[in-house]
Design a protein around this ligand. Structure first.
Ligand SMILES: O=C1O[C@H](COP(=O)(O)O)[C@@H](O)[C@H](O)[C@H]1O
Length: 334
């Protein structure tokens, strides 16, 4: 595994012709990870963030996933949250609930078209899957500091009835407590995660005892931030805490809670998402520019799973400035 900040830590770049293709493949990827985790561990622990990520994973609520994903085994967390009320427009919880967890289905079919490989500037080969054109492919086979169930008792499991919704149990949705100070909320969230690690609902990293989420989904901010880990911020140095807080976010709102880097880098799988041409420069800086040591000016460069896999999902505009050299001769082999 490559050192932090080294581009070699990226295991795969996926670049898509359209947002629709990206969303289709993202849903398929998450569904496959869910299937593997449920088969191997009996649970799927997924940590979400905000931004356009939530709408881009919306196809999971559509056919076939609405019926094939074992939603009852999902445990949902937030890798970062803004310290606002849960019904506030800035809340990542609200974004997820409105845009995903309570979404009705339609009937799209996921498609994947793998195309090539990329040779990085340093000579390392990164698997690259280049997606283009109208999709064609196969449907998936197989299948507050407190949880929502803590408030309401029971979930909205509807396995026997309406299958058209994302049927995650309310008791498996671990939102951050809006009624505490940001410091208390971070502490309480970490405590709750520790309890779930203790009983192995959340897996554990053997190398550092950190929680090992099955999947953490991150979106690259224009300034290179991920979750609520911002450039040059002291929180980038936090090694002991699993969850920390900030009160001086450069982007509003100022108070936020975030997973620390050791937790992010202990995940089994990390998805890094960036879309739109406004992300093109920062994508280039993070992927193409090789730096020595810890580059605290671009937190996304510090995302480097110690045992897991990091896959980038980009659309063409966000990837437009990359020095990606696509090996055309290999495109048909993949
Ligand atoms: O503040 C946040 O921003 C990122 C996405 O960055 P943006 O520049 O696209 O708005 C998001 O992933 C993160 O969860 C959130 O809190």
């Amino acid at each position: 595994m490559a050192a932090s900040g080294d581009v070699k830590s990226i295991n795969e770049l996926r670049i898509f012709e359209s947002l629709d293709d990206l969303a289709t493949d993202l849903a398929e990827y998450i569904a496959q990870l869910s299937e593997v985790s449920v088969r191997e561990r009996g649970f799927f622990t997924i940590a979400l963030t905000g931004g356009s990520l939530i709408s881009l994973m919306g196809k999971l609520s559509e056919a076939p996933y609405n019926k094939t994903v074992d939603w009852t085994k999902w445990y949902v967390f937030w890798a970062d949250e803004r310290a606002v009320a849960k019904n506030h427009v800035d809340s990542n919880y609200k974004l997820t609930k409105d845009g995903f967890l309570s979404k009705k289905a339609s009937s799209a079919i996921p498609r994947v078209e793998p195309r090539g490989k990329e040779i990085q500037e340093d000579g390392d080969e990164v698997e690259i899957v280049f997606h283009q054109g109208p999709s064609r492919g196969a449907p998936l086979v197989g299948g507050s500091g407190y949880s929502e169930g803590g408030q309401q008792g029971g979930g909205r499991l509807n396995l026997l009835g309406d299958l058209s919704m994302v049927s995650v149990l309310n008791s498996h949705i671990y939102s951050i407590n809006e009624n505490l100070t940001v410091e208390e909320a971070a502490r309480e969230y970490e405590f709750m995660i520790r309890q779930l690690v203790k009983v192995r609902t959340i897996d554990v990293s053997e190398s550092n005892d950190c929680p090992k989420f099955d999947l953490i989904l991150l979106e690259l901010g224009s300034d290179g931030h991920v979750a609520s880990l911002f450039p040059h911020h002291i929180s980038l140095q936090h090694k002991e805490d699993w969850v920390t807080y900030i009160t001086d976010s450069p982007e509003p709102p100022p108070e936020r809670i975030t997973f620390t880097l050791p937790v992010i880098n202990s995940a089994s799988n990390i998805v890094m998402l960036a879309v739109g041409d406004e992300k093109a420069m920062v994508v280039k800086q993070v992927i193409d520019h090789i730096t020595d040591g810890l580059d605290v000016s671009l937190p996304a460069k510090l995302v480097s799973p110690s045992e897991g896999k990091l896959v980038w999902f980009l659309d063409k505009p966000s990837a437009s400035l990359l020095n990606a050299k696509i090996d055309e001769s290999k495109q048909d082999e993949i």
